[in-house]
Design a protein around this ligand. Sequence first.
Ligand SMILES: [Fe+2]
Length: 245
Amino acid sequence: MCEYCGCQAVTAIGELTREHDLVVDLIGDARTAHSAGDVDAMAAIAGRIAAVLGPHTEVEEHGLFPALAGEFPEQVAGLEAEHRRIEAVLGEAADGTPADPGWPLRLLDVLNLLRAHILKEQDGVFPAALASLGTDDWEAVEKVRARSARCCRLRGRLRGRLRACRLRAAEPAAEPAPGRHRHPRPPRRSFDPRPLAASKEPRGGRVSSSAKTCRSAQDCRSAQDQGPGRPGRPAPAVPPRIGGA
Ligand SMILES: [Fe+2]
């Protein structure tokens, strides 16, 4: 580790270094869990490493690396590619223990990569940043750190609410408290409109049977005038039979 150049005295580098130290400890825990065959513990540790690396990587990629990319483009591109590889394997445990039996070995491989990656940053990137970055660059790094912290708090609150919602959805419905018992709503009465319609008189009074007959007769005469077709249409012409009986 870089302990002699003084870069850890810079606030931003000091925070990044503390996060590296925490991740190194967690890598040791993950290896211990693997030796014990405890994949669930490995998944939980992967989640904790991912939580530390989230804001850490953001500060590096959006604060530190842009200031170094002009002078060290290949190195910065290589470090960012390693970030993606590490995130991909850690992300497999984002929703719990992965079912893939190959995941524990993939995690160990990527944790070896992460350990070497941390050494590269501590012994190469951070001393180079101390030599290259100016006041404005460090202020930009601090702004990224502050923004990342706000985002992390927001994400943490959202995750907490989501977890609470899932727990409420999973637990059985609670019995109502004594004295606040809700009576079940009585079933609705079935409604059959037919008897009511039969007894209901039409508006304007009862229609006499003669009026019914009268209207019916008009309809009949109209239909007879127009022939056997539908009312309002002329009767279809019957074609003459040729040579018929
Ligand atoms: Fe780092």
